[in-house]
Design a protein around this ligand. Structure first.
Ligand code: MTE
Length: 307
């Protein structure tokens, strides 16, 4: 997953060489420090690790990497078992990757992810992340302010919302085939001022490396003051529109999942309380903070009635 060059090299070698010889050779190469070469190539393939933005601090330790990358909601791969997602992403192809940016903008374009990786102002931010199901984590994302992309395409005044769509690849995503009743592909949206907010990040990395597939590779949105289902993964289309768009979970169960989905301890989900969060992996209970602790960034956006 890390990079293309060593993977091609491994494939050609394993095809050309009997397996026991190949395995021995790999062990030798590893012992000789060749994995160091792999890491060097990886570093030149993206902005990792990016400089950490010290403005964003945590009130808790960073979640261990194995936990954040081993407990995932990514229904396209497995809608039922969060621990199984990481084992079902193997066939998902994330390079090359293009994102179509379209709708009410002066400069619609198809972006190549490699181009974004070369040109955008990447940084690392420590953010809390809270799922509507109440589990939570705190992780270092690598990304850039989504407002940078918005400015580059010059939205017209009529553009009031931004709509996002996930890639639609049932052949690579076994959960889509196993659960055909969902309205695939996954879709989400933000109001324009939310999309422009300083917290809203377009993310391509986690723990100083490219995003693992199970965490939304190769590119996702992160909005830490909202429940996690707003942070759509594996994005291929961004559309600027005038009317509030439908969103995946709101369409399925409008009484349970609102458009705004701002984290609020005082507003229970119809089937469970949101007063506490459970921090993975030990599921320690902590009181939920209003807007997940990001109130100073987002208080001005709302009048208290948004659900
Ligand atoms: N994006 C897509 N395309 N499909 C999904 O099922 N799940 C959402 C969100 N983005 C989801 C998605 C939910 S419910 C959460 S909590 C977060 O991704 C989980 O992100 P993580 O696996 O990196 O913790």
């Amino acid at each position: 997953m890390l990079i293309r060059i060593p993977r091609d090299w491994e494939i050609s070698e394993s095809q050309a060489t009997p397996e026991h010889v190949y395995l021995n050779r790999r062990q030798l190469l590893r012992a000789a420090g060749f994995l160091g070469v792999e890491r060097l190539v990886a570093a030149s393939a993206g902005p990792y690790p990016a400089k950490r933005n010290s403005e964003f601090t945590l009130d808790r330790p960073v979640t261990e990497e194995w936990a954040a990358t081993g407990f995932n909601n990514f229904y396209e791969f497995d809608p039922a078992d969060k621990r199984a997602v990481k084992d079902k992403v193997g066939s998902f192809v994330v390079t090359p990757w293009k994102i179509e940016v379209t709708g009410l903008v002066n400069k619609p374009r198809t972006l190549d992810l490699d181009g974004l990786l070369r040109t955008m102002p990447f940084e690392e931010r420590l953010y809390r992340h809270r799922c509507v199901e109440a589990w939570s984590m705190a992780v270092p994302w690598t990304g850039f302010p989504f407002s940078e992309l918005i400015k580059a395409v010059e939205p017209r005044p009529e553009a009031k919302y931004v709509r996002f769509v996930t890639v639609n690849r049932p052949k690579e995503m076994p959960g889509m085939v196993g659960a055909p009743w969902y309205p695939w592909p996954y879709f989400e949206a933000l109001r324009m001022d939310e999309a422009m907010n300083a917290l809203t990040m377009m993310v391509t990395g986690l723990y100083g490396k490219p995003l693992p597939k199970q965490n939304g590779a190769p590119v996702r949105i992160v909005t830490p003051w909202k429940y996690g289902y707003k942070s759509i993964k594996a994005i291929v289309r961004i559309e600027f529109v005038s009317k509030q768009p439908a969103t995946f979970w709101n369409k399925l169960q409008p009484a349970e999942y609102g458009f705004y989905s701002n984290i609020n301890p005082g507003k229970p989900h119809p089937r469970w309380s949101q007063a506490f969060e459970k921090v993975i992996p030990k599921m320690e209970r902590r009181p939920t903070l209003l807007s997940n602790g990001y109130e100073k960034y987002v208080a001005g956006l709302y009048n208290g009635k948004e659900f």
